[in-house]
Design a protein around this ligand. Structure first.
Ligand code: ASP
Length: 339
């Protein structure tokens, strides 16, 4: 009898663990920037290249989640794939500022501890999201900029890369085109009425994830906006503007016209709506992207996931590179507006 009871307990514990694991949600959502991404604007090969990089980022991050790794590690792994590709405006493919230089920003946030790390205006960091992680893990601070951030990177054993690492012909030509166009524009024109020009400057990357332990994380990495003034910092590295995570609510990564996301504290606003108004993540995101930012001229989009694994990817631009992978292995990559 004693044996039977023991066996039953062992069986129940085993069944519970197995059942709990197989029903645990873990998910990764990524974006590769919002903007003037319309059908027909890319060649078939270009489109395939974007799809394959986004898929690679999803798979890398998912490997980590699947093996029980943290949402933080998954977010970083996915972002590293996109940072190392010249296709996206982050890391290798970062856009040029008005002085023809690359100034990169990134942030990471841990929804479990509410710890965060961010870097801005760095010139020699191959993977700014990794430096943001070091700021979070190895310093008492949240945000470091410019030379100081790079000095800290070296202290932490990170190798700097020469500025030429970020040079790409496509990006440089894009910069010259935007520069020329902006010379003709008055400041007044750089608003909602000039979506074409603004849209062409986007391309940031970001990821949000929920891991098996139920923890959320968000990360964003960018070269900012083409032809931005030297020293300009966008929303991506600003906690609450372009990046935010809180296990109680959701994890958010934004892309778009950063100044508007900063002024409206967009990522935190979505979290606050979920927390205080108790509305769904989807409704909160729509409220901020379409009802708040868009009427002001702040185009762009976000990816977000909540503590229950619900996720959303709304954007007010023509398109947004985006994708998700779920715990059952199903995945999807998209770039244009849904029908
Ligand atoms: N949000 C970024 C910034 O303003 C740009 C982007 O999303 O592409 O720096």
């Amino acid at each position: 009898m004693k044996h039977v009871i023991h066996f039953s307990i062992i069986f129940l514990v085993f069944f519970k663990i197995t059942f709990a694991q197989s029903s645990t949600k873990y998910r990764l959502i990524i974006h590769g920037g919002a903007g003037q991404i319309v059908k027909g604007s890319m060649s078939i090969d270009e489109e395939a290249a974007y799809r394959s990089k986004l898929k690679e980022a999803l798979m890398k991050g998912n490997e980590i989640l699947k093996s029980g790794g943290s949402s933080l590690d998954a977010v970083i792994a996915a972002i590293n794939v996109l940072e190392d590709s010249p296709l996206f405006n982050a890391g290798k493919g970062a856009v040029f500022n008005s002085k023809g230089k690359n100034e990169l920003d990134a942030a990471i946030m841990d929804g479990n501890t509410l710890k965060a790390g961010a870097v801005a205006g760095v010139h020699h960091i191959k993977n700014p999201i990794n430096l943001a992680r070091l700021v979070m893990d190895k310093s008492p601070h949240v945000m470091m900029v410019g030379d100081g951030a790079e000095e800290f990177a070296v202290e932490q054993g990170m190798q700097l890369v020469p500025e030429e690492y970020f040079f790409s012909k496509n990006r440089y030509e894009q910069y010259l085109r935007v520069k020329e166009k902006e010379k003709k524009d008055t400041l007044k024109n750089i608003n909602q009425n000039d979506k074409g020009s603004i849209d062409s400057k986007f391309g940031t990357v970001g990821a949000v994830a929920l891991d098996k332990a139920g923890n959320l994380a968000a990360g964003t990495s960018t070269g900012g906006m083409t032809n931005k003034k030297y020293g300009r910092i966008g929303d991506s590295p600003i906690i609450g503007a372009g990046t935010y995570a809180n296990d109680k609510t959701c994890a958010v990564s934004a892309t778009g016209y950063g100044e508007f996301f900063i002024r409206n504290v967009a990522a935190y606003d979505i979290s606050a709506l979920v927390e205080y108004k108790k509305i769904s993540l989807k409704d909160a995101a729509v409220e901020v992207i379409f009802n708040k930012l868009l009427p002001q001229g702040g185009t762009g989009g976000i990816i977000a996931i909540d503590k229950d694994g619900n996720f959303t990817m709304p954007f007010s631009t023509e398109g947004m590179f985006r994708g998700y992978i779920l715990e059952d292995g199903s995945w999807r990559v998209e770039m244009y507006k849904d029908n």
